[in-house]
Write a protein that binds this ligand. Structure first.
Ligand SMILES: Nc1ncnc2c1ncn2[C@@H]1O[C@H](COP(=O)(O)OP(=O)(O)OP(=O)(O)O)[C@@H](O)[C@H]1O
Length: 881
């Protein structure tokens, strides 16, 4: 998605993040068997171009590293400590080298070359640990193929980033590694802070400027393009904390909002438009030039017919030279134009499918070469780590051999590489890797990846090749002369290692160019043969061109040799002059020596006194001693100075390191402060939450006493209920007792009635027996008459009366008892009534109320019965009297 987006004008960034040795570099670069993100992305880019006929693309690559907060150009190692600038389209690195790429292999070869200059080192976890962040940027410009050239141009950047790994305290580092580690950690820390701030979604300050990495990635990270983050972790349990941190980082990064949009640029800023315009202008110029040449040829042939043959020959011979030189000049101009057109056209990539599907006619595209991506792209990145591990000099040698041989034919280069392999077996795998690189590179050489349009003749190809060969030959001549100058300079400064490297470079360049010229020559011959087979009428002209070509080459060689000669002559002259000077000096010295010898012999002859000689010799000895002493002091002072200088250097290094540490600590402190602020905010939030929870708990607690009070209240209620139940039971018992007593009273009543009846019977018997009593007593409808003998009856009556009195007394006491019981009962009832009222007030249950009502009814019943018993008693008393 990121690559597709980038091809459609949306910026894309892919980067690998993780602890050291977790596999970031492996993920980004991969190896020969499993290519990483970078080679796969590059391949996708070219496949996309191939699958998009009707659009033209211009691809540029840059490759840089951020090492110890310094930006270095990996494609141009002389460019160090580059500056970051900003324009309307975002941040960019000023002065970074951008190479136009024509094929995947071309791009990969640039990366491989750049990797050579990347800073790597070993730590206790990774033998070849990346000590810098690398950013590979592919700048993509595209526009629709059109005749008028008014098409909109899309512009996008695809950043493929391999970050250096964060280093924990477990990574044992010292000296320079520690310094690198602190820079790496600092920039990764800033990256983490930036991601964290961006994921917050709050409009706060994002510290992009705190590190160069975040500053460069500002537009990508702030959501203007697609971003893919690959987090690498190690399965080792000892990395638990680091793994956790990496996952936290990934989690935060997932929350960064993306608002990707396509970039469009105006014509004047577009390189592709610039090239397209330049091509059309140059084509027009070429056309004009061609027309001019033809007309001159026609004029020349017309003149031939009119003049006399002899005069013509004379004039022709004279003018031929002029014409030849003019023609040569025009040829050169034409060649230069062709070369320029070819160069510019080569830079713009179009799909080879366009020739079939594109509605725009081929004429409009001119002789543009089509790129075909069918070939299997070889992978070349694998070797860079291995090369890093081999000694620098042998690496360079190996690389040079391969680079020079890469420009030869495939078979030839294979042979050279085999040679290189044979010479240094220790770098076999490195060489293998570069074989792949060279194969890829060769497959992308102009003229192999591109096919010539059908309408162009084979001779045009030959012309183009010749023009190329010429240009290369010119370049070789130029380089050779500059090499000579450099060699001269080197003889004067034999200690200048930089110059030696440059000389070596120029030599390699010359070698490469010569090889390429050889390849072109072969191609020219092949093309010539093909032309001769296909076009007989042009045979002669082809041969002439071939010869001209050879002549040109020979001329160039001659030029080179003459330049060589000139240089050699200059050198010889200089040497001769030097020699002369030396001879003169020798002569002069010899003269001086002779003069001194004569003087000495003269002095020896003169008779100097022994004393003065001795004095002079002792003085001389003294002076010699003094000189020796001074020399010793001087040596000591020099040593001291050297020591002090070393110490100053050490102290300054330590100071720099301390400053770096301080800045890292400052950053850490800032982060901690932010963390503290965040935590305190979180704390405040939690505090409010806690207070709210406590309030809720408190309100819940408040209800508890009520419950406990209620519970407490329930208990006495239960007790009271139990008391009431007991009272009821007691009351029931009393009622039962009263019932019993009532029953007894009834029985006694019945007995008294029986006694009364018996008395009446007795009275009636007394009346019958004739007594003069004649008392008629009536009770309940009974009339008893009787006559008894008075004394007996009186006796009986007395007995009965006493009996009745006893009974009355008994009844009286029973009634008293009943009264007392009744009073007690009344009191209890009142108490119970009070209790009932109380309970009713407290919400007595309906059941309890019904039970109390029953009790009251019973009580009323008992009272009724008592009243009845009382009435009976009075009636009895009344009947008695
Ligand atoms: N998926 C993998 N398959 C095979 N080998 C791997 C894989 N991942 C990592 N390695 C190997 O582990 C070692 C360390 O990996 P690499 O150099 O990619 O780690 P890094 O994260 O880039 O480390 P640093 O941050 O120190 O540069 C290398 O030798 C690499 O070949």
């Amino acid at each position: 998605m990121v690559v597709k987006g980038a091809m459609e004008g949306v910026n894309g960034t892919v980067f690998a993040y993780g602890v050291t040795s977790s596999g970031k570099t492996h993920t980004m670069h991969g190896d020969q068997n499993s290519p990483g993100i970078i080679p796969l992305a590059i391949k996708d880019v070219f496949n996309f171009i191939q699958d998009t006929p009707g659009r033209e693309y211009l691809l540029r690559v840059s490759y840089l590293e951020i090492y110890n907060e310094v930006i270095n150009d990996l494609l141009n190692p002389s460019q160090q400590n580059l500056k970051i600038r900003e324009d309307a389209q975002g941040t960019y690195v000023e002065g970074v080298k951008e190479e136009v790429v024509l094929s995947p292999a071309h791009a990969l070869s640039l990366i491989a070359a750049g990797e050579e200059h990347r800073h790597v080192g070993s730590n206790n976890f990774n033998l070849v640990s990346s000590r810098s962040h690398t950013i590979f940027t592919l700048t993509i410009e595209s526009s629709a193929c059109s005749r008028d050239g008014d098409e909109e141009v899309t512009f996008s950047l695809l950043n493929l980033i391999d970050l250096a790994g964060s280093e924990s305290s477990k990574t044992e580092t010292t000296g320079i590694r520690r310094k690198e580690g602190s820079y790496i950690n600092k920039s990764l820390l800033t990256l983490g802070t930036v991601i964290s701030k961006l994921s917050d979604g709050k409009p706060t300050h994002v510290p992009f400027r705190d590190s160069k990495l975040t500053r460069l990635l500002q537009s990508s990270l702030s959501g203007n393009g697609h971003v893919s983050l690959i987090c690498t972790i190690t399965p080792a349990s000892s990395y638990f904390e680091e793994t956790h941190n990496t996952l936290k980082f990934a989690h935060r990064a997932k929350h960064v909002e993306i608002h990707a949009s396509s970039n469009k640029i105006m014509d004047e800023k577009s390189l592709i438009k610039k090239y397209q315009k330049e091509i059309s202008t140059l084509k027009e110029e070429l056309e004009l030039l061609k027309r001019g040449m033809i007309s001159k040829d026609q004029v020349a042939s017309a003149g031939n017919g009119q003049e006399d043959v002899v005069n013509l020959c004379q004039q022709l011979e004279a003018g031929q030279m002029k014409m030849q030189s003019r023609l040569e000049e025009e040829e050169q101009a034409k060649a230069a134009l062709l070369e320029r057109i070819q160069k510019l056209t080569r830079l713009i990539l179009v799909s080879s499918k366009s020739s079939i599907t594109n509605s725009v006619p081929d004429v409009q595209l001119g002789h543009r070469r089509r790129h075909s991506f069918g070939e299997e792209e070889s992978y070349i990145m694998r070797t860079k780590r291995l090369l890093v591990m081999s000694p620098a000099s042998s690496r360079l040698e190996c690389f040079q051999k391969i680079t020079s041989s890469s420009l030869m034919t495939h078979n030839k280069s294979q042979g050279s590489i085999s040679e290189a392999k044979g010479q240094d077996n220790s770098h076999c795998s490195a060489v293998d890797g570069y074989i792949a690189a060279i194969n890829a590179l060769q497959s992308s050489r102009p003229g192999e990846h591109f096919s010539i349009s059908g309408e162009k003749s084979l001779s045009t190809e030959g012309d183009l090749l010749r023009e190329q060969a010429k240009m290369l030959a010119g370049e070789v001549a130029l380089l050779s002369s500059s090499l000579k100058r450099m060699l001269d300079h080197a003889t004067n400064n034999p200690d200048d290692s930089n110059l030696q490297v440059q000389i070596q470079k120029v030599k390699d360049d010359i070698q490469a160019k010569k090889s390429w010229i050889a390849v072109l020559e072969k191609r020219i011959i092949l093309a010539g043969e093909a032309v001769s087979l296909s076009t007989k009428p042009f045979e002669v002209s082809q041969n002439v061109t071939k010869l001209m070509n050879q002549l040109n080459e020979l001329t160039f060689e001659l030029e080179i040799k003459s330049a060589d000669n000139r240089v050699l002559q200059d050198r010889l002259e200089a040497k001769i002059a030097e020699n002369n000077k030396l001879e003169e000096l020798t002569r002069c010295l010899r003269g001086q020596l002779a003069a001194l010898t004569t003087e000495y012999s003269q002095k020896a002859q003169t008779s100097l006194s022994c004393d003065s000689v001795e004095r002079k010799s002792s003085k001389f000895e003294q002076n010699v001693d003094e000189i020796k002493q001074l020399k010793q002091e001087n040596t000591e002072l020099m040593e001291e100075k050297a020591g002090l200088q070393i110490r100053i250097q050490k102290v300054s290094e330590e100071a720099t390191y301390a400053r770096q540490l301080a800045s890292a600590a400052d950053l850490e402190l800032k982060r901690l402060l932010e963390e503290v602020t965040r935590l305190s905010l979180q704390n405040a939030k939690l505090q409010t939450e806690l207070t709210a929870t406590q309030d809720i708990a408190y309100s819940q607690l408040l209800t508890k006493p009520i419950i406990s009070e209620l519970q407490k209240d329930v208990h006495p209620r239960k007790e009271r209920e139990a008391g009431l139940e007991a009272a009821l039971i007691k009351k029931e018992n009393i009622e039962v007792q009263l019932q019993c007593k009532l029953e007894e009273a009834k029985q006694k009543e019945v007995e008294l009635e029986n006694d009364l009846a018996r008395m009446w019977i007795l009275i009636s018997n007394l009346e019958k027996n004739g007594s003069c009593l004649g008392v008629k007593n009536k009770k309940d409808g009974f009339y008893m008459d009787g006559g008894f003998q008075v004394p007996e009856v009186e006796k009986d009556i007395d007995v009965d009366m006493s009996h009745l009195k006893i009974k009355e007394a008994e009844l009286g006491s029973t009634v008293d008892e009943l009264k007392a019981g009744l009073e007690l009962e009344c009191r209890r009832t009142k108490e119970m009534e009070l209790l009932v009222c109380q309970l009713k007030g407290e919400g007595l249950s309906d059941l309890d109320a019904a039970a109390l009502e029953d009790l009251q009814n019973l009580h009323v019943e008992a009272l009724d019965k008592l009243c009845k018993a009382k009435a009976c008693h009075f009636f009895f008393k009344f009947s008695m009297f």
